[in-house]
Design a protein around this ligand. Sequence first.
Ligand SMILES: NC(=O)c1ccc[n+]([C@@H]2O[C@H](COP(=O)([O-])OP(=O)(O)OC[C@H]3O[C@@H](n4cnc5c(N)ncnc54)[C@H](OP(=O)(O)O)[C@@H]3O)[C@@H](O)[C@H]2O)c1
Length: 333
Amino acid sequence: MKNRKYILKERPRGEVGLQHIEMIEEEVPDIRKGEVIIKTRYISVDPYMRNRMNDVKSYVPPYDLNGLLGGDATGEIVMSKCEEWKVGDLVCGSFGWQVYAKIKGKRLTRIDTSMGDESAWLGILGLTGLTAYFGLLQLGQPSAGETLVISGAAGAVGSIAGQIGKLYGCRVVGIAGSDKKVSYLKDALGFDEAINYKNYPSIRKPLKNLCPSGVDVYFDNVGGEISDGIMYLINDRARIVLCGQIAQYNEGRIPTGPRLNAQLLVHRGRMEGFIVYDFINQFDEARDALSNWYKERKIIAPESIAKSFEMIPHAFLGLFKGENQGKQLVSLI
Ligand SMILES: NC(=O)c1ccc[n+]([C@@H]2O[C@H](COP(=O)([O-])OP(=O)(O)OC[C@H]3O[C@@H](n4cnc5c(N)ncnc54)[C@H](OP(=O)(O)O)[C@@H]3O)[C@@H](O)[C@H]2O)c1
């Protein structure tokens, strides 16, 4: 059997492009006891993969040069030397951007389609949904009546976090990069207000109009100038959840913004970063809650699904151009 996979051809300095990614073919390796071969079906592309292309120490190791790219995927077991798994089982795990993955059986999660569709295991029931859930509830600690602002609101994590905020009785205001996304947030996902940041040189004033009572919780997916504008609107005891900083991932040098720490000081605010794996011991209970909301249609899990293996690099690069609405996946089926 031949495998096709994407490797990191060159480390990007600044903006990532197709020139940094290469597709290669190789033989599918033999497996040993305890291992399986998976044929991938849905592949997740995520902003954090850009950071793993840099040769820097982080919470996950960088990709090796000429090494496999990618992260989570779903797939079907097509060969097994592992007692726990049989051919035909549907699983998810870190298979990377490849058609066939060899992996140890103990590193697989069984997909239970009674909890949600297969693709949802990479979205609302995967790291995306878990990130929204723990970031908002554990760090944001929202209360009914509070104003919750979300940047990257029409993206994978943001769209789920906003809807959880609504379930907790917040007034939810989303920031996104197109008028179409703004309408989607309000009409389909039930956000109270939304704003297209690309229509304004600074969102500080227009956002102030949408948040007459100030901002109690800010769920930050993007950082940069959008976050600078929001910091001037925070209330006393505001919680700022540092989930992601996508506006900076393609920056060669991080630009210095206004000094905003005084805002935190004066308002006794709390800004806290997190990595979803901090909550790994609570993943099962969170997944149950997310699955119930999803099945009861209390939360919609939007997806953008590109078709075919060839589309993987394009779908990934599209994340940085705002091409996705909800979770960006690539389907190989
Ligand atoms: N802490 C954790 O454990 C954890 C886990 C998962 C994800 N994250 C982070 O959470 C954030 C959201 O992740 P996701 O998977 O849901 O991705 P996502 O929001 O679906 O990512 C793509 C979106 O980001 C927006 N974007 C791209 N470049 C931008 C820029 N320069 N300025 C402002 N917005 C920009 C675009 O939307 P617009 O059209 O609105 O611009 C785009 O559609 C990312 O920063 C990610 O790294 C953190």
